[in-house]
Design a protein around this ligand. Sequence first.
Ligand code: UDX
Length: 435
Amino acid sequence: MKKIKISIIGLGFVGLSLAVVNANLGNKTTGIEIDKEKLDGIANGKPDFYEPDVEKLLRNSLKKKTISFTNKFESILDTDITFVTVGTPSDKNGKIDLKNFKKAIFQLSETLKKKKSQHVVVIKSTVIPTTTSEIVLPIFKKNSNVIVNVNPEFLREGRAINDLKYPHLIVIGSKQKNEHKILKEYYKQFYQKLPEIIETDFTTAEMIKYSNNIFLATKISFINSIANICQKLPSVDVNQIAHAIGRDPRIGAQFLQAGPGFGGSCLPKDLSAMINFSKKFGSPNQLLEAVEKINKSQPKQILQILEDLKLKNNKMAISILGLSFKKDTDDIRESVSIKLVNKLLKKNFKINVHDPMAIENFEKIYKNKINYYKKISDCIKDTDCCIILTDWKEYTELKPEIFSKNMRTKNIIDARRVLDPRKFNKLNYRAIGLG
Ligand code: UDX
């Protein structure tokens, strides 16, 4: 079969990662983005977000001329498959906001009316169950040559390229059994070793994506609940509990890292979208609501430790290490750092912050209300409490001396459990889940 040409609508971390990996395989790839500033940056080799290796692969493929970017939908006419990776954020009530997604689907449908041969439209955006059958398909009603597939994405920020190259699974939802063939053929060309493929209908594929993210969220809220009990029990450390129960294959070791709660662009949004969606069927979903409630109140654990330390708010300085919602990304969406800084500002603390990647994004929100540092030692200098909020590698390597030499009062709150408590027992070291 001839090489399949693809186009991708929406160049966020999912869309752009797919584009650059595909182009680096030597396949002609077209990226479509309607945000002019974002598009110009990407077309010049500079994405507007940090994702390991994406910039390098982008520049490579621009050099090899295997990738092109445009805001014109017409360019999809020259391709066989269009992946839709447009963002589906939450509205202010936590419901999924499909405005941009629907706009893209409408425009795609209009454009594809000009195409004579068959075209596959792949929905990679996370959409609430029944969206494809009830919203997408009716829009394509007059496009007799269009096949629609739902192909959810399990990429993690900070690991997108790796996850894309080595997925644990591919899910393809289609209307009829034989309608997954072209996409399957594409993946045969993409992967040397084809991962397991699960074929479903549209709604099952949509539901798989939500269930996957919500299960991960549930695991985190579970371990955080256990951590909060451990904290009250002298000598008990939640990390030991997580390590032990994680060895049970029925439980599994991943996503049992206790901390300040989960953030990011997916877990909080998908959880709240499913809570809203399930209300349609009558009674509220108690488990999902509890998972969300636990997550929203988890940052209070940090405030409680701070209160126990009895720092005088208007005279004391707090340093925060880590602003992004997790390591290896500059993304601060739904990051605990925002919730915490808002609370600390209200209490009149002086705030110093450090992050290897996310300072610029944080500065856009807080401007001169807080102090930004490039060096960890400068950030913690003369502060009275240091809170570690993100699991960046450089924080895991910190030695007690950097705190004892620089801080005014040696209080450390390790909200991510990145330090070894045994090495910090000469300082006032506190941690989530450590009794
Ligand atoms: C998530 C899903 O993992 C991915 O499959 C999906 O495609 C998109 O959403 P991502 O948002 O990139 O990926 O981050 P993830 O690694 O899942 O972490 C989410 C949040 O949970 C982060 O704030 C992280 O710090 C937190 N977390 C994760 C914990 O607090 N404890 C853990 O054990 C794991």
